[in-house]
Design a protein around this ligand. Structure first.
Ligand SMILES: NC(=[NH2+])NCCC[C@H](N)C(=O)O
Length: 410
């Protein structure tokens, strides 16, 4: 492997993937703050971990190397200087009001000698009761005296798909829609800057977390080695897609077209991958509810460095067939097209498949109607139990970040 990142499709045989095993951060979810933390319910942590381990085992049995974000991040803090810099930056971004409190938190984190444990703690968050002698000293802390946390947990981190995305040999280090998820992007920053596997390998960066407009990995799909699809959604702005496209074209990653899919601004389909994924050379999942309203724009480079943007007028099948140079493509409908089944199963990530090789995917077992439709279309399924993991509103694609896929030959 000369380049540590190689993702030129959504379907090429998966070789290396990054996950995050849900941990104590889920134990810090409280009913009053679910919305702020982008959760709908409180998962049973031990059960969620079992389901997640099952997911990782399916991948390992397929000889896919499974790396954990928490290990990569821990191994990135290779010396005292980087570790101190990480703690300072983490605390600076943690929305702590008073300087005194920031200093106390830094002392607490510094006392954690093991880097992996330190990373776990930064993900779990810090309750006020954990800090000995905590007293509210700033006006903001006094006003928020009922709020139990000094630092919020990061319960969405097991959706490793979102905080950065791999595109070709590069990465898009994202600027997230919500304050709660923006903090997650610090791990990607340290991993790509300092982890021995990536540092000095010059991984091109096509988006940066310090940008002001937002983009999330659930919206970034690599359809082929020439074409990307990016959702304009609740999470991703049109302006970010223009910036991403310019960077991708000028950094010569090999892509010559970005298809922007406008899916509207809805919580239930927050990212493009909640309604549309690629499962084979010519097969895609789709949630029927967005089909009518979906608009697709193609973005291509002009010779003067500007972008040529065109609204595509054909049907989705025709657009995909044209850009992927296929005679015909098949859309496999969530809920097999039944309105009630589609809505229920999309909510439980029925369209959110992780493709591990052309025509072979990982799905939640619970979405029985959609899974039958996939089978009928000739797709091979590997099932993950999704009773608890699904409560965070994400499926197998959201829970995985491919780092290396074999290139396709067809
Ligand atoms: N790629 C995805 N669809 N990720 C799903 C993320 C779900 C997470 N609770 C959020 O709202 O951000």
């Amino acid at each position: 492997m000369s380049m540590p990142i190689n993702v030129f499709s959504e379907i090429g045989p998966l070789k290396t993937v990054m996950l995050h095993r849900p941990g104590k951060e889920l134990g810090n979810l409280m009913p009053d703050y679910l919305k702020r933390l982008l959760f709908d319910d409180i998962p049973f942590l031990e059960q969620a971990q079992k389901e997640h381990d099952y997911f990782a085992d399916i991948l390992r049995k397929k000889e896919i190397e499974v790396l954990y974000l928490e290990d990569l991040a821990g191994d990135s803090l290779k010396n005292e200087k980087i570790r101190a810099q990480f703690i300072n930056q983490y605390v600076a971004e943690a929305c702590i009001h008073s300087q005194k409190l920031k200093e106390k938190v830094k002392i607490m984190l510094n006392e954690i000698a093991d880097n992996r444990e330190l990373i776990d703690k930064t993900i779990a968050g810090i309750q006020k009761v954990e800090l000995t002698g905590y007293t509210a000293e700033s006006l903001s802390d006094m006003i928020e005296s009922d709020y139990p946390f000094i630092i919020d947990p990061m319960p969405n981190l097991y959706f490793t798909r979102d905080n950065f995305a791999t595109i070709g040999n590069g990465i898009s280090l994202n600027h997230m829609y919500s304050a709660t998820r923006q903090r997650e992007t610090i791990y990607g920053e340290y991993i790509f800057a300092y982890h021995p596997r990536f540092a000095r390998k010059k991984v091109p960066k096509v988006y940066d977390r310090n940008e002001i407009t937002r983009i999330e990995g659930g919206d970034e799909l690599v359809l082929s080695n020439k074409v990307l699809a990016v959702g304009i959604s609740q999470r991703t702005d049109a302006a970010s897609i223009e910036k991403l496209a310019k960077n991708i074209f000028t950094k010569n990653l090999g892509f010559n077209c970005v298809l922007a899919f406008n899916i509207g601004n809805f919580r239930k389909f927050m990212h493009l991958d909640t309604v549309f994924t690629m499962v084979d050379y010519d097969k895609f999942t789709i949630h029927p509810e967005i089909e009518g309203m979906l608009e697709v724009y193609s973005i291509k480079p002009k010779s003067n460095g500007e972008l040529k943007i065109t609204k595509e007028e054909d049907s989705l099948e025709q657009i995909l067939a044209k850009y992927l140079q296929r005679d015909f493509v098949q859309l496999i409908r969530c809920g097999d097209g039944n309105r009630a089944a589609a809505a229920r199963e999309q909510w439980n990530d029925g369209s959110n498949t992780l493709t591990i090789a052309p025509g072979e995917v990982v799905v939640y077992d619970r979405n029985t109607v959609t899974n039958e439709a996939l089978k009928k279309a000739g797709i091979k399924l590997n099932y993950v139990p999704g009773g608890e993991l699904v409560r965070g509103r994400g499926g197998p694609r959201c829970m995985s970040m491919p780092l290396y896929r074999e290139n396709l030959t067809e």
